[in-house]
Write a protein that binds this ligand. Structure first.
Ligand SMILES: Nc1ncnc2c1ncn2[C@@H]1O[C@H](COP(=O)(O)OP(=O)(O)OP(=O)(O)O)[C@@H](O)[C@H]1O
Length: 598
């Protein structure tokens, strides 16, 4: 998929098919007993309510002319009982369907979230995170009404319709046929607007997704926005996206509004026809048509169009829900491109030899980022990766953890091709510190323990001490139990780096990967940290990306990467002797430092 942005509508990977409704049914299936029970309650209620016009007919045509007071009282009590049962059943239905709808929603939401945990980096690279979020929260919520009330009401209404037609036919066939004449007209109308409506709801869901993506991006970038006084620009973009959404929504709803007046008009016309013809037939003394029949019949006509109205509105909400369901299912079906191959075995305990053999890689088709990268790091060696911005350094280390699939070539750890090992067993044995020192909301202790959930408090503290984070942590109001916000906004950039550094160490990994681990740390702390680290690195293979070359001078091997391939490889002395790019870079940094300290 091409990169998506807040102002680009997402195209659906696969169109809606009824298979997706079947999949929706698979979520409903575990609750079908509750659903059937509720439907039975509703069908009984609907059947009971159907007796009212019929009973009124008997009162009008029989009990009143015959002054049968006893009969009227008995029947009124019966009607009261029916109403009581209907109210109790309705309450039970509301209770069951609300619980049931929420259970199903929870299950769908968990499935998306669980799947998102598995999806590779490339999935997140390709789309704004706000668009992912809107699927998990808003779109799933939009299914709530359909799942809780929609299905039960629809089935109940279908039964009601069946009862009503049966009662109408039992009273008078001629009048029933007049009433049913309106149905084909309605069907034709639904058929005409169906397609337009579906497209309109798809467009509306796209626009809401764009708006969400922009809101999420603006909140994440609020500091930059305010620093560059871009608030007005942002408000303009927001207004335009919000207007687009409003328009799309109005368009979709406008189509919905076509249906209800149409139903109203058809029902009014058929009712008028029943009255006119009914009165004429009474006048003409057509057998079987009495005042009572006409009164009962008009009672049924009112009831006949009510379920049709709800069925039509269910149909509308189904079309809306389908446009959301498509997106939800698309996310659940998103292929996990980086996954265990068939028959993959767990990675045995890693010793630490890492070998790249002619590794080629691209993030996007046709744009090669790494070109035939080959090197071998032996157990316990520290490899530094240096080079200009955008050279491919981070990409190289991301591949060691198998965050992406290779285009070609192999990466071997202890001689085992990592694409043949299970991903979990591989990543569990690595300590990775990414460029983005992400801090989760929770305590400092929780954040470090993220690297190894089984670690004791003492182990967490030892890791923090090794990276010189202990002192600043103890200086916080609650030490290791100080609560930090998501992204660690109350910590300095250097402090965040130290915490994620400790997190990477905690797993006691045989392979340690550090991407710009110390770029925001002051020189004094860095020197201390280097000392701790050099002891810690003994026996571990490490890959360190650093722009400050002073920090990697002592590495066993330095890879100078540029343009996606290794240009120079050797230790500091060898590369200096070579007088190539590394030499020039080192000399320029050295001169720069000298200049700035003069
Ligand atoms: N997720 C991505 N999707 C597409 N292209 C990417 C992605 N990440 C990086 N790139 C591109 O790949 C190239 C190498 O990026 P990489 O992050 O590996 O560089 P780097 O050497 O680590 O740079 P820096 O020193 O700035 O961190 C760059 O041209 C970059 O634009």
């Amino acid at each position: 998929m091409a990169r998506n942005k807040y102002d680009i509508d997402e195209t659906l990977q696969s169109e809606f098919s009824f298979e997706q409704l079947k999949r929706l049914y698979s979520y409903i299936k575990p609750h079908r007993k509750d659903m059937i029970f509720t439907i039975i309650l509703m069908v009984i209620s609907s059947a009971l309510s159907m007796f009212t016009p019929r009973i009124l007919m008997t009162i009008m045509d029989d009990y009143i002319p015959n002054k049968n007071i006893r009969g009227i009282v008995t029947i009124s009590l019966l009607l009261l009982l029916f109403n009581l049962i209907i109210v109790v059943f309705l309450r039970m239905k509301i209770h069951i369907t609300t619980r049931l709808g929420q259970n199903i929603i929870h299950q769908i939401r968990s499935d998306i979230f669980n799947h998102l945990q598995e999806l590779p980096f490339s999935y997140y690279d390709d789309r704004p995170h706000g668009k992912i979020q809107v699927r998990v929260v808003n779109y799933v919520n939009s299914l709530s009404d359909l799942l809780s009330n929609g299905i039960v009401n629809t089935i109940t209404d279908l039964f009601s319709l069946f009862f009503i037609v049966a009662f109408m036919l039992s009273i008078n066939i001629r009048l029933s046929l007049i009433c049913l004449l309106g149905l084909p007209v309605l069907m034709a109308l639904i058929f005409i607007i169906k397609k337009k409506q579906r497209v309109a709801w798809q467009i509306s869901s796209n626009k809401s997704s764009n708006l969400n993506a922009y809101i999420a991006e603006s909140i994440n970038g609020i500091r930059v926005t305010q620093s560059f006084v871009r608030e007005q620009e942002n408000i303009k973009i927001f207004n335009s996206l919000s207007n687009n959404y409003s328009k799309a929504w109005m368009n979709a709803v406008r189509l919905n509004f076509l249906l209800w007046p149409a139903i109203d008009n058809i029902s009014t016309l058929t009712t008028a026809a029943v009255y006119t013809l009914g009165v004429a037939w009474i006048d003409n003394q057509i057998p079987g048509i009495t005042i009572g029949v006409l009164i009962a019949f008009t009672g049924y006509i009112g009831r006949f169009w009510a379920p049709i109205n709800t069925l039509a509105s269910f149909y509308n909400s189904l079309l809306t829900a389908i446009s959301y369901l498509e997106r939800i299912m698309e996310t659940i079906d998103e292929p996990v491109l980086v996954k265990d191959m068939e028959g993959a075995a767990a990675m045995p305990p890693i010793k630490g030899t890492v070998e790249f053999k002619d590794v080629c890689f691209s993030y996007e088709d046709g744009i090669r980022i790494l070109n035939k990268v080959s090197f071998k790091a032996n157990q316990g060696e520290s490899f530094a990766i240096v080079g200009p911005t955008g050279a491919g350094k981070t990409t190289i280390i991301n591949l060691i953890s198998r965050f992406y699939n290779l285009d070609s070539g192999e990466i071997l750890i202890d001689g085992i091709d990592i694409s043949k090992a299970t991903i979990k067993s591989l990543r569990k044995q690595m300590g990775v510190m990414l460029q983005d020192s992400f801090i989760f909301s929770g305590t400092i202790m929780d954040n470090i323990r993220y690297g190894n959930m089984e670690a004791t408090d003492e182990q967490v503290m030892t890791a923090a001490k090794t990276v010189c984070a202990h002192d600043f942590i103890m200086g916080l109001e609650n030490g290791y139990y100080t609560e930090v916000n998501e992204r660690g906004s109350r910590l300095s950039a250097g402090q965040r780096q130290l915490i994620s550094f400790a997190r990477a160490l905690l797993a006691d990994p045989k392979i340690l990967i550090l991407d710009e681990a110390t770029s925001s740390i002051d020189t004094e702390t860095e020197i201390l940290l280097q000392e701790g680290l050099s002891k810690l690195l003994v026996g571990r293979t490490s890959f360190i990306i650093a722009h400050r070359l002073s920090t990697i001078k002592n590495s066993s091997c330095i890879l100078y990467v540029d343009g996606g391939s290794i240009q120079e490889m050797g230790n500091h002395e060898e590369l200096m002797k070579l007088k190539g790019n590394y030499h020039d870079l080192f000399v320029s940094q050295y001169e720069f430092l000298n200049e700035s300290t003069k």
